[in-house]
Every structure is written in structure tokens, then in C-alpha cells.
Write a protein that binds this ligand. Sequence first.
Ligand code: PLP
Length: 377
Amino acid sequence: MLDLRAEFEVYAGEVRAAVDRVLTGGQYILGPAVAEFESDLCEKFGAGHAVAVSSGTDALLCALMALEVGAGDEVIVPSFTFFATASTVVRLGARPVFVDIDPRTFNIDPRAVEAAITPRTRAIIAVHLFGQCADMEAIGSVARARGVKVVEDAAQAIGARYHGKYAGTLSDLACFSFYPTKNLGGIGEGGMIFTGDAALAQLCRQLRNHGEVKRYHHERVGGNFRLDSLKCAVLSAKLRYLDGFNRRRRQIAGQYDELLRGAVTTPHVLEGNEHVYHQYSILCDRRGELIEFLRGRGIGTGVYYPVPLHRQECFRFLGCGEQTLPVSEQVCKQIVSLPCHPMLGDDDGQYVADGVREFVAQRSGVRSAAAAGKSRA
Ligand SMILES: Cc1ncc(COP(=O)(O)O)c(C=O)c1O
């Protein structure tokens, strides 16, 4: 699915030099390398403020803490997403309200959001799943009308655009992840918060360092959400490659779109969106067989995600297990991601697509033979 070692060879020289600068500089946590990376990101993506934190999960936690989400509050989240989108809400004593997704994009359905708003709703988390922005205009207008904050979970969407604006600049607070497999992957855990609000940015900076306002003076309880200098120096060096790598992901996706059209359900990109294909995910009603078939040809696949969050054991106490969210439930059964990363060549893309098409052709052959057998009988 991914070849991080081959990717490293592309930028090894710059990364080694950046690591050396930090090692000889002697400041290993926060400091100039972190400040530089924060300002690089602000400049590249047009964000007002950027606050580097220890992971994408901690970015979500810190952002929700800055919005003072807590007991008695509700936060609307999609059920079809990575666990941390909802677990951070629960960790603050608030209640995640799970809603369904748009079957075409797999992103949160703005109509479902509107229907789920109550006087207790504090925030909506819009996840840009697989690298495509959620319908932020519709979500923003619902939120504004009801006085609710919007948080983007842009962990999978760095560099994605929505009507010309970058993911992370479309809400009150946005969260990114630099987990090594992400489109901008680091050498360990890492995350970032964007906001256009100077006061919220200041609050996030305090919260990432135990709520300290000056040395050993704490106005509120924060956490240790600090990020290491080494990781930021590496990320700054890699940032130069992001656009090219995202372009390559889009080319591979374009190749799949063309070769797989009609064979399986391919990703749908909404008008005005520039997808960065953190994952290229298709729907296939014989997913398990397809995965085995491709494995037999040396092709890796991934299932993101097999269980909708409202059906997770740890959220049972919320009483959401009885809830029915048909689109999320169906998509969890059929979704499968194909290899889509910048190190793939056109031949690789062709090989993967040939594998999928062959599987579909064989299955429909089996089906039509069975149907013919039945009609003869
Ligand atoms: C949608 C989404 N949200 C949040 C996270 C959490 O990021 P991290 O793994 O850096 O904590 C991830 C990462 O896997 C993610 O994909």
C-alpha cells in the first residue's frame, strides 16, 4: 500500500541536513524549528495561525478544549471516520452525536448535521475523509444559523482544496496529522492546529504546554501536546515535495478512474473540490474475495473502516448502538482502498486496475454462468 523507504530516498539529503541542524542547535522541543514549520504552513496554505502539537489526535483534543467543550455538550461527528474524531469528544466528557454520510463522497451529510442540532450542540466536526473536503459551505451555513462552531478534521487532507481555498482554512479550528503514512508524513507522531482567530491560537499554545501562561503559572489545565524540533525540521524539508506528491496521487487516481469505470464504484469528487487521495477507495460488494484475489497477485489493500463508530463497543454506554445509520453501515461493508501513493509508476497503476477488472470479470462470469444454469434448470 505504501513504500516509505523508497519515498525517503527522494528527499534523504535535505532531511539529513535538517536533522543535523537540529542536533547541533541543541533545542529539541518546540523552539525555532517548530516556529519555522508553523510559519511555513501558514504561508503555504493561507492560514492565520498554526500551532504544532504532538499528534492529530491531540490536535483534535486541544482544539475542542480551546472551544471549552465539556460535560453536557454535544458534538456532531460522522460515524464513518477514524476513531479519534469521536474519542476526543468523549475524553472531554461531552457526547458525540453520530450522523450519516453522503454515499457519494463518504463525508458527513450536511442535512443529517442540520437534523442533529440541539440546544446542547457545541460544535460540528467535519472530516475531510480520504483527502476530499466535506461540503463546508452547507455545514458552515447550518453552523452560523445555529451559533455552533465548526472544526475541520483535515488529518487526511493536507493540500486539498475547496473552491480554491485550502483544507484547514474553512472553519473555526482545523486539525492535521503528520502520522508517517499521511500525505505529509513525519518521522513519528505529530499534528497541527490552524485557526484564523488570534485568541483561539493563543489558547491552543497555552493548552499544548499544560495551560502555562508564564513559567509555572497555569490559568487552566492543559496537556503536554508539544512537538519535537527534529520532527518539525524534517516536515519543513518534506513540505517542498507535498504538491508534487499530491499531483502524483491525483494522476494515479485518474488512471484508476478511467480503467475501473463501470467495473466498481470509484470515488466521486464534488465540483469545486481538489482531492489529494490520501486513500483511493472503491466500493465492492464482494470485498473479502477481492482482497484475497489481489493479495494473490501481490497487491496490498486496506479497509478504512470496517466498523462505523456508533457501533463501537466503547461507545455503547452512549446508547448509540441501537441507532441506524444506513449509509455508514453499508459503506463499512463494501469499502476497500487500493494502493495510491507517489512512488507508484503508471505500470503499477495499470497492474492494480487489471487485477480489479479481472476479478470483476471472473465474478460476473461466474454469476452469468450460475444464472444460465438456473434458467436451464
Ligand atoms: C480522520 C483522522 N482523524 C484523526 C486522526 C488522528 O491523527 P494521529 O494518528 O496523528 O493522532 C487520523 C489519523 O489517523 C485520521 O485519519
